[in-house]
Structure formats: structure tokens, C-alpha cells
Ligand binder design. Structure first.
Ligand code: HEM
Length: 451
């Protein structure tokens, strides 16, 4: 109080002792925090008897402070559960290690490196061959997932799954299976906390070793070949900058985590929405149907206002990261939200959780206009959200390094599909429903017909 701080309005969970019911509900229902923000305002806290209150906020000044200050981080909630498999990298650390990791990754995301669409072109050709052209229903979600998984493997390892060396200890499919299994175990570790020690570890250790062995093979190859190869893969870029193979492996695993399903889920959601709003599909088709395929360059695609509006509107409605949490690394404060008028700073003791619901942030009618629940890409012609009001790719210190890559690639796929099909028709009458794991994806996929 001596710093002018005051308490935020408090929400009591049904189970007040640990607040565990609230935590579980927050992850299983992404609309929960939005509803509570409608009830309490932009900032409220959720208390429990045994832990520090968590602060939930969608106030842009607070979001700015959280994303720019070094007082908030992620390591205390992620590193203990994830380090054995993922090591130390941009997803699991703060401070010096995090900043070193970002610095090493940055060159791989330069526009000159991400505008080459040759690999994705091959993947999209394969995707188009798989789509039934006779009006049969198809779920685009798993097909887009494989398209981008292959392209992510190429970006990271420099080899396409169909061309990998026969000396590698696993097939790409086996690697992907062990990678996913180890990720699920790691999530489980985070949820269980210290209770994880009671779970038998043998399977987990074996799964991690299998995935690690595959990546170590490619890291050794990168060291052996040095600059003899022209590959621009992440593994090559990292091996040219450091000889620490464990550190390289950690960055590669974390880059795979960031890349494997994000772009495919953005596209799944965009196509889910476009299939229910045919007039935008017609506009997209009109823009691209006569354009030669080799004119679909990164520069050309980034210049399309229609595609930009569609992707922004999709990320507004269905952010891939609808909730982002941070932990206070020291005693600190948030600029607003305390006191009877919610205008005073809030004291945030070290160890407190702060949660930003980008799902709720993106439904602010003062910023995005009326009908925020409706897909209207043209709203982006007349609105100009400020930096901390729209965060589809995050912002501040931890802003997405893959934004340009993801935008170019998602735009390319939309343009190729619009060139290929006059009609995109929804074959699912259910509303969009989110399923939150690491990212938030459409729980019912994207069932459509194309012809
Ligand atoms: C549609 C696709 C994508 C979306 C919506 C997205 C979204 C985001 C968001 C919201 C963040 C901020 C996370 C935070 O504040 O904690 C982030 C961070 C990041 N993303 Fe993406 N991302 C996408 C694709 C990608 C891809 C394809 C890559 C890599 C190939 C990538 C690499 C990263 C990296 C390296 C960070 C930095 C994390 C940090 O420093 O903590 N992203 N992304």
C-alpha cells in the first residue's frame, strides 16, 4: 500500500482450499475467463487458501507491462516438468539463457530464409492430390497437420521425411510418435508437480532417449558436414554458432514444439470459417484464380489485404494461444486494476501467477466493433487495434519469431486452395469448439467438401 497499490476484485473458486477446480476449468473451457472478465472487468484475482492469488487481466497497460518487464517469466512453471525432454530453451527459460536461445534462432527466421516456398509447394501438391474432388466430405485438419509437420521437419532438420538417410536410427514417423509421447508425458509432469515422482519413470526415460537419439544423429551430421552443405536448416544454423550439442538439441525440440501445429491450426480455423462464409471464398478465388502459380511469391502474398484480413480475423476469433500465463519472478506490480475504481496499481508478490486471456482481449467491442462473435474480415479495413489490444502472434520480449514464416505459408496454402476449388462447403453444423493442449485447436476438425 505504501506504493499506492490496492487489491483487485476477487473471484472465489468453488473449491476454495487449492482452487484446483478453477485451474482445471480454465484450461478445459477457454471461454471461462472471458465470462469472468465480463462479470468483474478487465482485471480480477482468483484466490485460494494455500497459494498466492492469481491475477487475470486483459487491460492493455497490464498486458504491456507483463510482456515487456523482466519481472515476469515462465521458467518456474515450465522448466521443472519439461527440462528432461526439452532442455533449456526459449520455451522453458527466462533471463540470459532465454535471450541467448532467441539470439541463436533469429537468423533462421530472416525473411530471406523463410520466403522460399519450394518445400511447401511439394507438400501442397501432395495435399491437393489427397483431397476428394467429387464433393465427398473430408476433414482438412489432419491433412493440414501432416503438410506442416513435414515442412517443419524440413525447416528444422534440413531433410524431407521422404528423403532421409537410411542410417538415421528411426523413421520420421517413429520420431514424431516418440516426440509426441514425450510431450504428453512432459505436460503430465507439469500438472502433477512434485507428485510426478510417484509415477514409474521407465517409459518416459525410454521415450525421451528415442527422440533424443534421432535428433543427435542429425546434429552429429551437421557437425561432420560443417559448411560443406548449402542447407539453411535450423540445425545447420545452430551448429555453425555453437558446439554445445545438448543446447542445440534443446533448441531444436522447442522449435519443433512451436512450429509443428501452429500454422496448420490457423489454417484449419480459417477454412472452417471460410466454409461458412462463402462470399469471402469467392473473393479469394477471384483474386487468385487467374494468377500463375509461380507468381505466388512471399512478397506478393504478404501484399494481399484480403488474406491479411482473413488471417487477422481468424486469429482474433480463435487465437492459437488463447491463454498465456507468467509467474512473477520477484515482488512487482501491475500498473492498473486495483482499488474500488480499478485504477490503482496491484501488488504482485514473487511466485504469483498472472494470466492473460487473448481470447477475451480479442472480443473487446470498443476495439473491434459490434458482433465480435461474427467472422467479418472486412472489419480490419476500418479498425486499428493498438499494439496491446490484438496479440495473435504475441508481443514484447517473447513475440513470435515465426510470424512472417507462418503468415507467408498460411497465405500460400489459402491461395493454392482458392485457385484449385471454386467451392468450399461446410459439412458440419456444430459451432467451433476449442480444445486446449499446448495450442488451442478445433475440437471437431474442419469437415468440408471442395469442388
Ligand atoms: C499461426 C502460427 C503461429 C502463431 C499464431 C504463433 C503465436 C505465437 C505467440 C502468441 C507467441 C508468444 C508466446 C508468449 O507470449 O509466451 C509465439 C512465440 C514464438 N513463436 Fe510462434 N506462432 C506461430 C507459428 C510459429 C512458427 C511456425 C514458429 C517456428 C517455426 C514459431 C516460433 C515462435 C518462437 C521462437 C516464439 C518465441 C517464444 C519466446 O521467446 O518465448 N511460431 N508464437
Amino acid at each position: 500500500r505504501s506504493h499506492g497499490c490496492d487489491l483487485a476484485v476477487s473471484h472465489q473458486p468453488k473449491e476454495p482450499f487449492t482452487g484446483f477446480d478453477f485451474q482445471m476449468k480454465m484450461y478445459s473451457d477457454i471461454t471461462l475467463l472471458h465470462h469472468l472478465h465480463q462479470r468483474y472487468g478487465e482485471t480480477y484475482q482468483v484466490g485460494s487458501w494455500v497459494s498466492l492469488p492469481a491475477v487475470c487481466t486483459i487491460n492493455p497497460e497490464n498486458i504491456r507491462a507483463i510482456n515487456l518487464s523482466k519481472d515476469f517469466g515462465v521458467a518456474p512453471m515450465r522448466l521443472p516438468g519439461m527440462e528432461y525432454f526439452c532442455g533449456q530453451g526459449f520455451i522453458t527459460t527466462d533471463g540470459e539463457t532465454w535471450s541467448h536461445s532467441r539470439k541463436l534462432l533469429k537468423p533462421s527466421f530472416a525473411l530471406s530464409n523463410v520466403r522460399d516456398l519450394a518445400t511447401l509447394k511439394g507438400e501442397v501438391d501432395a495435399l491437393l492430390r489427397k483431397l476428394p474432388k467429387d464433393g465427398l466430405t473430408v476433414d482438412l485438419q489432419p491433412l493440414l497437420y501432416v503438410t506442416f509437420l513435414n515442412s517443419a521437419l524440413h525447416f528444422v532438420l534440413g531433410v524431407h521425411p521422404s528423403e532421409q538417410s537410411s542410417n538415421a536410427p528411426l523413421t520420421p514417423d517413429e520420431f514424431v510418435k516418440s516426440f509426441h509421447k514425450a510431450l504428453v508425458y512432459s505436460m503430465f509432469r507439469i500438472i502433477l508437480g512434485p507428485l510426478w515422482r510417484l509415477v514409474p519413470q521407465k517409459n518416459y526415460i525410454k521415450t525421451c532417449a528415442t527422440a533424443h537419439g534421432y535428433l543427435d544423429y542429425y546434429i552429429n551430421q551437421a557437425f561432420l558436414e560443417g559448411d560443406k552443405t548449402k542447407s539453411k536448416s535450423l540445425i545447420r544454423a545452430l551448429s555453425a554458432q555453437t558446439a554445445d550439442s545438448i543446447f542445440i538439441r534443446s533448441q531444436v525440440i522447442q522449435a519443433m514444439m512451436a512450429a509443428q501445429d501452429t500454422t496448420s491450426e490457423l489454417l484449419t480455423n480459417a477454412l472452417f470459417l471460410l466454409a461458412r462464409h462463402p462470399k469471402y471464398w469467392e473473393q479469394l478465388r477471384a483474386e487468385y484464380v487467374h494468377m500463375p502459380e509461380d507468381a505466388l511469391s512471399a512478397e506478393n502474398l504478404l501484399g494481399s489485404k484480403l488474406i491479411e484480413n482473413i488471417l487477422h480475423e481468424t486469429l482474433r476469433m480463435h487465437p492459437i494461444f488463447p491463454l498465456l500465463g507468467r509467474v512473477a519472478l520477484r515482488d512487482t506490480q501491475l500498473p492498473v486494476g486495483g482499488g474500488p475504481n480499478h485504477e490503482r496499481p496491484i501488488f504482485v508478490p514473487k511466485g504469483s501467477l498472472v494470466v492473460m486471456s487473448y481470447y477475451a482481449l480479442h472480443r473487446n467491442t470498443a476495439v473491434f466493433g459490434e458482433n465480435v462473435g461474427t467472422f467479418r474480415p472486412e472489419r480490419w479495413d476500418s479498425i486499428k487495434p493498438a499494439q496491446w489490444e490484438f496479440l495473435g502472434f504475441g508481443g514484447g520480449n517473447r513475440a513470435c519469431l515465426g510470424q512472417q514464416k507462418a503468415t507467408i505459408e498460411a497465405s500460400y496454402v489459402l491461395a493454392r486452395l482458392a485457385q484449385s476449388f471454386e467451392k468450399l462447403e461446410s459439412r458440419d453444423s456444430r459451432d467451433w469448439k476449442g480444445e486446449l493442449k499446448m495450442t488451442c485447436k478445433s475440437a471437431n476438425g474442419c469437415k468440408v467438401a471442395v469442388y
